[in-house]
Design a protein around this ligand. Structure first.
Ligand code: ZN
Length: 257
């Protein structure tokens, strides 16, 4: 198994930015922002280790572990620093992107995958859509990542108290194009209702089924399925706990190793 692609440098984030990015337009504002900071807590924040992946991940299991580890850092309040320097950006441009996970995520502003999984530039190929539903457009993005970028893990990331699922449960009239999203969620609501659930239990169980349905919709792609059958790609469903910040990684696993 390859080693995790995380480098812990002895440099502080501030030092790294200064060393690697002199002259680019992004840094002056950073320097200016922190140049007179004397608060010990903020100084400690600046002195976190820097995260930068340097190897290509090809194992679904390894990719899943990187997400688990990243979420642990997030929930513990100890996210790693990120190399946002011009050198890193140029490296990603010249060498191309090699994201280790596709994350199909609800658009909810409280669920930003790069922050919740504590990942950096070039790590996640993110597809965001309210209710984390899968239509041909989302599936096309996933197929691109799996086929052309060789991304080994596909994640459907739903979350607690999802507004799109709640709207589907409440069954009210929708305006504009929102109905298209609600239609995709409704089969999950019907299934959860058949269990006799009501209220918050109904919403959360509908969310669970919706994550599972999306995972199965992804598997309908012949391109993805072919990769899953030979264990080059795995699909997992994850549910995010809004206030705890914790991810439930055991909700759905298709062909998990
Ligand atoms: Zn949502």
């Amino acid at each position: 198994m390859k080693k995790p692609l995380v480098l812990f440098t002895a440099f502080s984030l501030c030092t790294t930015l200064i060393l690697s990015g002199c002259g680019n337009q992004f840094l002056p504002s950073i320097d200016h922002q922190f140049s007179n900071v004397e608060d010990p807590a903020i100084q400690q924040t600046l002195a976190v280790p820097v995260y930068q992946r340097t190897e290509i991940i090809s194992s679904p299991e390894e990719a899943r572990q990187l997400l688990i580890d990243g979420n642990k850092r997030f929930t513990s309040g100890k996210p790693l620093g990120k190399d946002l320097s011009s050198i890193r950006r140029e490296d990603l441009m010249s060498n191309g992107q090699h994201p280790f996970a596709v994350v199909v995520c609800c658009s909810d502003s409280r669920v930003p995958p790069e922050l919740l999984f504590d990942q950096a530039l070039g790590d996640l190929f993110v597809v965001r859509v309210a209710g984390n539903v899968i239509s041909p457009i989302e599936l096309g993005s996933i197929e691109y990542a799996v086929e052309h970028l060789k991304t080994p893990l596909v994640v459907v990331l739903g979350h607690e108290e999802c507004g799109a699922v709640t709207a589907a449960v409440q069954g009210g009239k929708t305006h504009g194009s929102v109905g298209t999203i609600i239609e995709k969620i409704m089969p999950s609501v019907v299934k959860a209702k058949s269990m006799g659930l009501t209220g918050k239990d109904l919403i959360e169980m509908s969310t669970n089924f919706n994550i599972k349905n999306a995972s199965q919709d992804i598997l309908k792609s012949p391109i993805v399925k072919e990769k899953v059958e030979v264990n080059q790609v795995n699909i997992i469903g994850i549910k995010y706990d809004l206030d705890e910040g914790i991810m439930n990684f055991n909700l759905v696993a298709i062909n998990y190793l």
